[in-house]
Design a protein around this ligand. Structure first.
Ligand code: 2AM
Ligand code: CA
Length: 262
């Protein structure tokens, strides 16, 4: 079964990425979702429709949850898609965006892929089978302590959504690590944790499609993935997310507890 899932996954995520790339540089309509900073381009739903059609043609009895189309978890297998993660970057022609797709059986990710069409980087993972970048095995950053670590988070969402009380923890963490980066694509940031480019990525409120693929990529690359209170992620819920190389995980969590967020 994993072979069939993986084959469909790779074809679909590559097709989604190619569609995104074909639209770069062309004029496009940008709409506001919840506010002026939460964007939707015409590309997001177009990619979702294309990927969803490819998957459901192969697996008509599977469920499908997408950022633009809703969907639920009432089938044995559920595909979870972020058609264009990093929409704001895409709308501003900043080349940090990806198409990200995973297939879950209950709470267990089976296969996952995040494809960056601008760099032609395809991150893939298969349950129990490791994680890969363009077919080469990847592993998390070996940094054993915060002082050797590079950490990513996109703080503005949290400040705009009224979580300023979390700032002291992030500030203290930021002073301890080598640097904090905001790359603007949760899916890519988790892929970068998986391949060791960054040591940890954390976010206070991510939707299932933001972390569906990244969670398996990081776990299969030898890292750790939890909520901010150290619990496992629930693929059916929006939640806090901490992904890391594992070695610095507990230390990162300690700083985040300063804000008292779950
Ligand atoms: P999107 O591009 O698919 O909307 C940017 O900081 C990253 O956070 C992107 O991966 C973006 O996904 C995601 N994101 C979207 N809404 C968010 C929210 N309310 N809080 C945190 N991150 C969010
Ligand atoms: Ca997203």
């Amino acid at each position: 079964m994993l072979d069939a899932l993986e084959q469909a996954l790779l074809e679909a995520v590559r097709a989604g990425g190619a569609l995104i790339k074909s639209k770069t540089g062309s004029r496009m309509t940008v709409e506001y979702k919840t506010n002026w900073a939460d964007l939707l381009t015409e590309v997001d739903p177009a990619v979702e429709q294309a990927v969803k059609a490819m998957i459901l043609e192969r697996f008509p009895d599977h469920g499908f949850v997408g950022e633009e189309g809703g969907g639920g978890y009432d089938r044995e297998y559920t595909w979870v898609l972020d058609p264009l993660d990093g929409t704001t970057n895409f709308a501003h022609t900043l080349p940090n965006f990806a198409c990200s797709l995973a297939c879950y059986r209950g709470q267990e990710a089976q296969v996952a892929a995040t494809y960056d069409p601008m760099r032609d980087e395809l991150f893939t993972a298969r349950r129990g089978g490791g994680a890969f970048l363009n077919g080469y095995t990847i592993a998390v950053d070996p940094a054993p302590v915060l002082r050797e670590s590079l950490v990513a988070t996109n703080l503005m969402w949290d400040l705009r959504e009224g979580r300023a009380h979390l700032l002291p923890g992030i500030q203290a963490l930021g002073c301890e690590v080598r640097g904090i980066r905001s790359l603007g694509s949760a899916a890519l940031e988790m892929a970068y944790v998986a391949c060791g480019r960054i040591s940890a990525y954390l976010q206070y409120s991510l939707a299932p499609w933001d972390f569906a693929a990244g969670a398996l990529l990081v776990a299969e690359a030898g890292g750790k993935v939890t909520t901010m209170d150290g619990s496992p992620l629930d693929i059916t819920q929006r939640s806090t997310v901490v992904t890391s190389n594992g070695r610095i995980h507990d230390e990162v969590l300690k700083y985040l507890r300063v804000g008292g967020e779950k």
